[in-house]
Design a protein around this ligand. Sequence first.
Ligand code: MG
Length: 370
Amino acid sequence: MSTRVRLGSAVPVDRVHVSVYTVPTDGPEADGTIAWDRTTMVLVEVEGGGERGLGWSYAGPGAAEVCDDLLRGVVAGRDVMDVPGTWEAMRHAVRNRGRPGVVSMAMSAVDVALWDLKAKVLDLPLASLLGRVRDAIPAYGSGGFTSYSADRLWAQLGGWADAGLRMVKMKVGAHPEQDVERVHIARQAIGSAELFVDANGAYERKEALRFAERFRELGVAWFEEPVSSDDLEGLRMMRDRAPAGMQIAAGEYGYDLVYFHRMLEAGAVDCLQADGTRCGGITEFLRVAALCAARSLPLSAHTAPSLHVHPCCAVAPACHVEYFHDHARIEQHFFDGAPEPLDGVLRPDLSRAGLGLELKRADAERYRVR
Ligand SMILES: [Mg+2]
C-alpha cells in the first residue's frame, strides 16, 4: 500500500540509482544506414515516499554518467509531486553540457522514473494520473531489418499480422537494388495489414521519390525518414509529392521541443514521431503532443512500447506505438508487467500503479555492465 500524501507536506526524492545493461540482439540487425548486434539500456530508479519509480533510455553508458554526475544532485530532495519543476531544474543544470543527445536521454530516463514514482506514491496507473483520452493504443510491429533473410522477414512480419497487429514496419535503404523485392515479400507475408517502411535517411531526394511511387504500388502506407531528418526541405518535398495514401514520418531524433517545432514549421511530416526515452521524458512528450494538437497532426511513439503505452492513452494526437522488436524483447525479459499487443492494441494495466512494471532483477543482472 502506498504512503498517503498529506496535504501541505512534500514527498522528497530520497535516492537515485543508475544501472546499465547491454543485451545482445537475437541476430545481426541493420537498417538503411547502420548495423548493430546489441542494445544498451540505461535504467534509473528513484526512491521516495516508500516507493521506487523506474525509467530508462536506450542510450549509451555516457547517459548513466550524466545521471550520476549531474542529475542525481539536482533531483535528490525535490518533491516527488512536482515533476515539471524537477524537469526545469534538470534543464537548467545541463545547460553547459549541451541538451541534445546523451544529456537529453539521461534527462528522459530520470523524468520517466519520476513520473512512475509519483503515480506509485499516489497509487494510480500513470495513464490515470495523466488522465486518459482512450483505453488502449494501436501498436505496430517493427523490425524487418535489412540484415534479415527473405525467410526471416516473412516469418517476423507475417507472424505479427497473424497475431493481430494491423500494421507492421520494415527497414529499407541498405541495398536499394533489393528494396522493391523485399517490400513485395513483406506485402505477401502480411495479407491485408498495413505496411510501413523506414529508410532511416538512406535515400537521396529523387531516389526517395522514385521509391515512394514503387512502394505505393505495393500498398505501403507510411514512408519514414525517406531522406535524412536533417533535410527538412527534402522531407517537405516528399510530403507534397509522395502518392496519396502514403504518410511521410520523422522525428525520432528530436531531443528537445524546439526540434519538433522546427520540423512542424517546415511542414516536413504528415505524422510526427517522438521518443520519450530521448526527447526529455514524459514531460516533454506531453508538450510535443500539444504541438501536434495545434496543427491537427497525429503523433506516433517511437520504440520503448512499455513506456509509451501510458502517455499515448493520455494525449489525443497519439495514433500508434512502435512495438520495436529489440525493445519489446528486452522489456518482456526485464519487466514483469510489460504489455503485449492483444487484438492489435497495447493497453495499460489499470490494476497496477505507475507504469505497471517491476524490474526482474535476477533476469536483468546477467546483462548488467555497470
Ligand atoms: Mg525510424
